[in-house]
Design a protein around this ligand. Sequence first.
Ligand SMILES: NC(=O)c1ccc[n+]([C@@H]2O[C@H](COP(=O)([O-])OP(=O)(O)OC[C@H]3O[C@@H](n4cnc5c(N)ncnc54)[C@H](O)[C@@H]3O)[C@@H](O)[C@H]2O)c1
Length: 356
Amino acid sequence: MMRRIILKNYSSKYYWKNKTVLITGINGFIGSNLSKLLLSLGAKIIGVANERRKNSLLEYYGIKKDINLHYLDLSDYKKLQSIIKKYKIHSCIHLAAQVDVNIASVNPFLTFESNIRGTYNLLELLRHQKSIKSIIVASSDKAYGHYDIKDLPYKEDYDLRAKYPYDVSKASGDMIAKSYASDMFKMPIMITRFTNIYGPGQLNFTALIPDCILSCYNYRRFIPRSNGMNKRDFLYVEDVCDLYLCLSYNLAKDNSLRGEVFNAGTGSGYKVKDIVKKICIISKNPKNYQSILPRFKNKKSFGEIKNQFMTFDKINKYFKWTPKYSIDDGLNKTITWYTDFLKKYNYKSFLSKELK
Ligand SMILES: NC(=O)c1ccc[n+]([C@@H]2O[C@H](COP(=O)([O-])OP(=O)(O)OC[C@H]3O[C@@H](n4cnc5c(N)ncnc54)[C@H](O)[C@@H]3O)[C@@H](O)[C@H]2O)c1
């Protein structure tokens, strides 16, 4: 690897102040947390999302008014073009995706439209933006598909073996991004393939961690999707937002980074069962774990990759980046956040509340 100067000012106001940043998927879990961070650094945020979320974290954080928010579907080229033409975008973080694997398994078309067409529409339009210095495309560990546990953790140079619809949609967007970054177009694009992300504001209650936390507070019954022995890795959302700043900054300063792919995870695979146990203990409801345990028995998973975990070795090698949160620290902060959140909002009424 060539010697690289490590640029560390990536999270300073000095760099981000007044920079125009386009965030797609702005009212989602990661988009909301990232926009909060970027606003605190003085960036001007343009946001795109396809629906007025009833349970948007932008509302909860009170930052919706500070964002130029556009509701449109990325698969609609003309509408997207009319928005992108309006701005001189400096950086883009492309997070928008149909991420629900259950929806993907019954409606692959919708998932492909959002995640594949949405990605090439966006990149094609950004190709004509002279001002753009960095584009980060969020792919996923799911793009790698199944590898035997002896070959894990995944490495960035592994072939993409996605098979199920959501996984294929992410692998396709990933390859399209690589093509736009290639010698042919030389666009300043990096691709991230992060592991499962968790933390404050994850309001997709079908995801393992929020689902299990809600069951500890008796809001819902936790139904395992596997026998609990599958291994998964988890990254805390604050670490992820920090990484997006780090990658955007370094790419803008060094165009030779275009086309690079970066994994990030903790390097440890945790059995789903062990994560559930940790959550029940931190939430002070160990009885919940005892009642969930028999539900794992003989449970067969469907449409899920068996084991997935990855390191942050390459990011560390390039930028000396390390995550700040261990799984225990991250879970503690997350559970504290949900405790406050659930106190302020009754979960069921919050979801049905009409927020505009
Ligand atoms: N959350 C994780 O564990 C995780 C892990 C690895 C990668 N990722 C990737 O990170 C990104 C963000 O994930 P998240 O957890 O914040 O998801 P999320 O579901 O909370 O947010 C998705 C956002 O995308 C928007 N969106 C969806 N389809 C759209 C379309 N067709 N047009 C415009 N907007 C559309 C939604 O309105 C929403 O704002 C996704 O690309 C996902 O694949 C997430």
